[in-house]
Design a protein around this ligand. Structure first.
Ligand code: PMV
Length: 337
């Protein structure tokens, strides 16, 4: 089964219909995994080895505007910059769009605006593909369910399966080889006190893609065998923390999970590390502040930047100790500018 088969299955009769509307637009938030997705059981369909759990970032994410065009090629603009069709990103997008061309001469004009650094481990591809799929849904008038949108977004980037919802989201590993049961699900609990802080150590593009790093880790790391059991235990703890609003449990579980994921990468060959010296200095600072009584934790993805986890009551201290931090309150009503 390949991506095109999954799309036919999800869209059914709608697969070959031409767009019902001249344009479509959608926003999707970025998400930060508290229990990470690391390793694929199917490279083509981005099917994960384990489930994962994330928190979406409110108004931080990607807006996509899409329109039909008949110029014989797609136009893609990201943050006012034209994307060259032969660039790595241009090609990746092209392949994804090819899956949705209802006629050979159907091309798209896509205008993407994202308010998070691209490619620096801040989940820009997750919000990018989730907003692209939702804008296609609006353009074609498919009227897909959230689960179906999650499945199609996953085909672009695994973690995009979680960016269809705000708040806490679990992405179910699924049992089926076709991945029809591997999609996100919103966890209804609201927890307005929880804050996420973005501390940008570097916003340059990552040296190695998460796809390649995952593959290398699964293939060579002797520690990877322990990863699924760690995830299973952490998912239970995170759900308990969310249900009981136990912040110390949430923070500890998320931080430990991220460190365990990076340990699997460090033990791959050749080793993969996304940390820069500044990343490690910041970890030490967080551990010191915590020892002094400030409940702040971190998580790290496929990049050098750390995301802080803390409560609203500590915003003053967080700003004092991390003057460059950008604070996100995932559960506050979205303020779109
Ligand atoms: O969806 P991808 O291929 O960008 O991989 C995401 C990997 C991590 O961000 C490290 C973990 C996660 O669950 O988001």
């Amino acid at each position: 089964m390949n991506k095109a088969d999954v799309i036919s299955r999800v869209l059914g009769d709608k697969h070959k219909i031409l767009p019902r509307n001249p344009t479509g637009k959608a926003f999707a938030p970025s998400n930060i995994a508290l229990c990470k997705y690391w390793g694929k059981r199917n490279q083509e369909l981005n099917l994960p080895v384990t489930s994962s759990l994330s928190i979406s970032l409110g108004n931080k994410g990607t807006d996509t505007d899409i329109a039909i065009c008949s110029d014989g090629f797609d136009h893609v603009i990201v943050n006012d910059q034209i994307i060259q069709p032969d660039s790595t990103f241009g090609k990746r997008l092209q392949h994804f769009l090819d899956l949705f061309r209802a006629a050979p001469d159907l091309f798209f004009k896509i205008n993407v605006k994202t308010n998070i650094p691209i490619g620096a481990g801040l989940a820009s591809s997750a919000s990018g593909f989730a907003s692209l799929v939702q804008s296609l849904n609006a353009l074609f008038g498919w009227e897909l369910s959230a689960n179906q949108l999650s499945i199609l977004s996953r085909l672009g980037s695994g973690s995009a399966a979680r960016s269809i919802w705000q708040g806490f989201v679990e992405w179910h590993v699924g049992l089926h080889a076709n991945g029809m049961d591997s999609h996100g699900e919103s966890i209804a609990t609201q927890w307005p006190e929880v804050c996420v802080g973005l501390v940008i150590v570097s916003d340059t593009e990552k040296k190695i893609s998460s796809r390649e790093a995952m593959q290398r880790t699964v293939a060579t790391s002797p520690l990877y065998a322990a990863w699924p059991a760690k995830v299973a235990a952490d998912l239970v703890l995170l759900k308990q923390a969310i249900q009981q609003q136990d912040f110390a449990l949430l923070g500890k579980t998320a931080e430990w999970n991220a460190l365990a994921m990076h340990a699997t990468m460090l033990s791959a060959w050749p080793a993969v590390t996304y940390a820069l010296p500044e990343t490690v200095v910041m970890m030490e600072k967080i551990w010191r502040l915590r020892a002094e009584g400030l409940p702040v934790y971190f998580t790290q993805d496929a990049g050098p930047n750390l995301k802080l986890l803390f409560l609203g009551k500590d915003v003053g201290d967080i700003k004092k100790y991390f003057p460059q931090v950008e604070i996100i309150k995932p559960f506050y009503p979205l303020q779109r500018t």
